[in-house]
Design a protein. Sequence first.
Lengths: 117, 116
Amino acid sequence: KAGVTQTPRYLIKTRGQQVTLSCSPISGHRSVSWYQQTPGQGLQFLFEYFSETQRNKGNFPGRFSGRQFSNSRSEMNVSTLELGDSALYLCASSLDRTGGVGTETQYFGPGTRLLVL
Amino acid sequence: GNSVTQMEGPVTLSEEAFLTINCTYTATGYPSLFWYVQYPGEGLQLLLKATKADDKGSNKGFEATYRKETTSFHLEKGSVQVSDSAVYFCALRNNAGGTSYGKLTFGQGTILTVHP
């Protein structure tokens, strides 16, 4: 079974631009979560989608948004990019048979490395 | 709120040495606990997990036991190899549902380097 895939793998943007990142979960997985990884802040939770609905959101400004499609694929968008948005953005999927109970394992993709100049 | 604290790194060991990476947590309810590993230039891979007190997770020679009385989930391996060099993250996911849906809380990561 194919793992979580993320596109693109690398991206260079300039300040003020916007960017859209894509994540395809493992087949059959209904939950998709996004994380930002930086050397200074570590791994931080952005948001989680389940059945096309945002179910949870981390402490990020409104410039960070996302959505999930009916096939469970997800996109996240960052508008008006800032230098501090340079990071590795990781997507994770889980089967979520139990409606959000935390025993489900999240499987991570390879990430999209975003550099903002 | 939830939080995870890992031992400060980096950790440098010789091949075949014993490894311990300490992890303690603070959480409401009854969290599930995970160890993830990240190799250079890659995403996170699940190493092992435990979902209730006294459970022991194990994989590839690594072990960790969920100790509710000490709120700990220390990672151990009896004999490390050069190929174990990576960054290790301890994480929790709260089982309470609600605002905890889908959210993993991570420790800061511990860099492990194993020399031949």
